[in-house]
Design a protein around this ligand. Structure first.
Ligand code: KG4
Ligand code: ZN
Length: 335
């Protein structure tokens, strides 16, 4: 059984043999954070406390199992909001102790990668994995589910964070990623030439604060002294900004992934994390993979955003490897 509370989703799932999802229960807190335009850690923590036991019970009963059928309790203990992670970690340690099950600690970002590969029968490795979420933009080389080498990450904003902040600038609803994708469908992606930061030629790192600031200046003027034009913009103008921004971000994500795949002779490209739900990104990566004769494995949409099936799935490989945690396990903000 996996438990996930790293941000604003309380989730529990039961997965057999790392692949077969028996149940996956997710209680989203989106409505609680909506009016603040972002996740408020203390509100997230309190909601996790309220939801964690009902969510765990639902995951066990929806799987049609008894607690005696569970082999191990796994939890994402890093990275994330410590006040949120601590709820899942405490629940997992308590259950492991009371039910007398082994405890497995899982890295949340590594778990996102499982969402892309858990259903695959014929996984060709090595792979490069692009994990794009609200908190992370990482490229890994993956030689086995447990062997991940970080090749690049963001030096400032994560891709999802940039989507969320640009959505706030454009006065679109929270969470910003889906809202930008929706309005961008009616926009002209070539309308505005927003910067596509590649950093230096060799770099596999990302930087998205430049494109976010470019959108801000476009809407408020270079010196930020102009009136906020967004209120008086037509829906078409907003759609054009959203589409142009999305194209700039997707371009960088795809180019860097291609760079990493070429450098490591990857046979497969894996895509996971909340931003992997974005259809434009999925399509652009697919085209790149077709051109470079690689297989693309994308997480199914319900498994792109935070869930516990990915936690239980990764935990299976750690369980097989005998990699267990003990009751001193702590929640950590970074990995
Ligand atoms: O993986 P996730 O649920 O949580 C973190 O671990 O951060 O990712 C949430 C992020 C948010 O920033 C959200 O705006 C973004 O994923 N997101 C999207 C889309 N759906 C969710 N970004 C772009 N397009 C989408 N369709
Ligand atoms: Zn996540």
């Amino acid at each position: 059984m996996g438990i996930e509370t790293s941000c604003d989703e309380t989730a529990a799932a039961v997965v057999a043999d790392g692949r077969n999802i028996k149940s996956s229960v997710v209680a989203s807190q989106v409505q609680l954070h909506e009016k603040f335009g972002g996740v408020v850690p203390e509100i997230a923590s309190r909601a996790h406390i309220e939801k964690i036991l009902p969510v765990i019970s639902a995951a066990v009963s929806e799987a049609g199992l008894q607690k005696s059928d569970i082999d191990a309790i796994a939890v994402a203990n890093q990275p994330g909001l410590v006040v949120a992670l601590i709820v899942g970690v405490t629940a997992a340690k308590t259950l492991a102790f009371i039910w007398e099950k082994p405890l497995v600690a899982v890295n949340h970002v590594h778990a996102h990668l499982q969402s892309a590969m858990l259903a695959e029968d014929n996984l060709q490795l090595p792979a490069v994995a692009l994990i794009v979420s609200g908190g992370h933009t990482n490229i890994y080389q993956c030689t086995s589910p447990l062997d991940l080498t970080l090749l690049g990450s963001t030096i400032d904003d994560a891709a999802g964070e940039a989507f969320d902040k640009v959505a706030t600038i454009l006065r679109l609803p929270y969470p910003g990623g889906p809202a930008i994708e929706k309005i961008a469908k009616q926009g002209n992606a070539g309308a505005i030439d927003f910067p596509r930061s590649m950093l230096d030629r060799e770099s596999l790192d990302f930087s998205f604060s430049g494109v976010k600031t470019a959108v801000l200046y476009y809407c408020r003027g270079q010196d930020m002294k102009g009136a906020d034009r967004v209120a008086s913009m037509t829906e078409q103008e907003i759609a054009d900004i959203a589409a142009s921004f999305q194209t700039a971000v997707v371009y960088v994500l795809v180019e860097k992934t291609k760079r990493a795949a070429n450098r490591t002779n990857a046979k497969t490209v894996l895509l996971g994390g909340g931003v992997a739900a974005n259809s434009v990104l999925r399509e652009a990566l697919l085209q790149m993979c077709q051109q470079t004769k690689r297989r693309l494995l994308v997480a199914p949409k319900p498994l792109c955003t935070d869930n516990a099936a990915m936690v239980a799935s990764l935990a299976y490989y750690k369980y097989i490897a005998g990699d267990f945690a003990d009751l001193s396990l702590e929640a950590k903000a970074t990995s």
